[in-house]
Ligand binder design. Structure first.
Ligand code: ADP
Ligand code: S3P
Ligand code: MG
Length: 197
């Protein structure tokens, strides 16, 4: 849950921070972030994409070094992006497991977080036979559901914005809603923080 949106009343300044997209595997976080960049001009940053560009494919990282090593890389990458002023206007998609790492979860409490909510019916056809996501092995459908149940409370707790991504809702529609909600949050003064005169 964010502590910095909207700006403190009276300052007139709206601090520009990235919008962090969270949600389960294959919800469409990376796809949505890319769409937001393409159609609304946000900076696109994807934690997994950065990790892959620097360290190679995720399945290989898991196979060689294990999950803990990947989670450390992921947490470091996310911290780096969040402190980089060049990414202040990013839509920042992070992997489905990222908010489960305590340091990441703590950092996200102070950011604007959008949770892309989906259900099994929407996602299962997307992950059938998936080999690129090691956390889904050996049975992608069963593992997705287990992980979703274990993680959804954390997603809900962190979310400032919840986006409905069920039923293969068109990405253009989700993106339009997200853009509208971000714009509103960034321009509405926060009267809850006003000091009584
Ligand atoms: N709104 C959508 N409608 C239809 N297919 C989608 C939608 N969003 C994502 N997808 C597809 O689902 C797959 C997983 O999307 P991705 O963005 O990689 O998910 P995530 O980053 O949440 O794991 C991709 O093949 C993508 O094309
Ligand atoms: O949920 C997870 O544990 C993971 C999700 C993946 O990202 P997406 O959520 O973008 O698929 C990727 O970070 C890795 O395979 C682990
Ligand atoms: Mg992704």
């Amino acid at each position: 849950m964010n502590a910095q949106f909207p700006a403190p009343a009276g300052t007139g300044a709206v601090p520009q921070r990235p919008v962090v997209l969270i949600g389960p595997m294959a919800a469409g976080k990376s796809f949505l972030a890319l769409h937001m960049a393409k159609f609304y001009g946000y900076d696109f940053v994807d934690a997994d994409q950065l990790i892959v560009s620097r360290h190679g494919v995720i399945a290989e990282i898991f196979a060689r070094h294990g999950e803990k090593y990947f989670r450390d890389l992921e947490a470091d990458t996310i911290a780096e992006v969040l402190r980089d002023p060049d990414h202040a206007d990013a839509i920042f998609s992070v992997g489905g497991g990222a908010p489960m790492t305590p340091s990441v979860r703590e950092a996200l409490r102070h950011e604007l977080v959008a949770y892309l909510e989906v259900d099994a019916a929407t996602v299962l056809p997307r992950i059938r036979g998936s080999r690129s996501r090691p956390m889904l092995r050996p049975d992608p459908e069963q593992r997705w559901q287990e992980l979703y149940e274990a993680r959804r409370g954390c997603y809900e707790e962190l979310a400032d914005i919840v986006l409905d991504g069920t039923g293969d809702r068109p990405v253009a529609e989700i993106a339009a809603e997200l853009h509208e909600r971000i714009t509103r949050l960034r321009t509405t003064p926060d009267t809850t923080q006003e000091v009584p005169s």
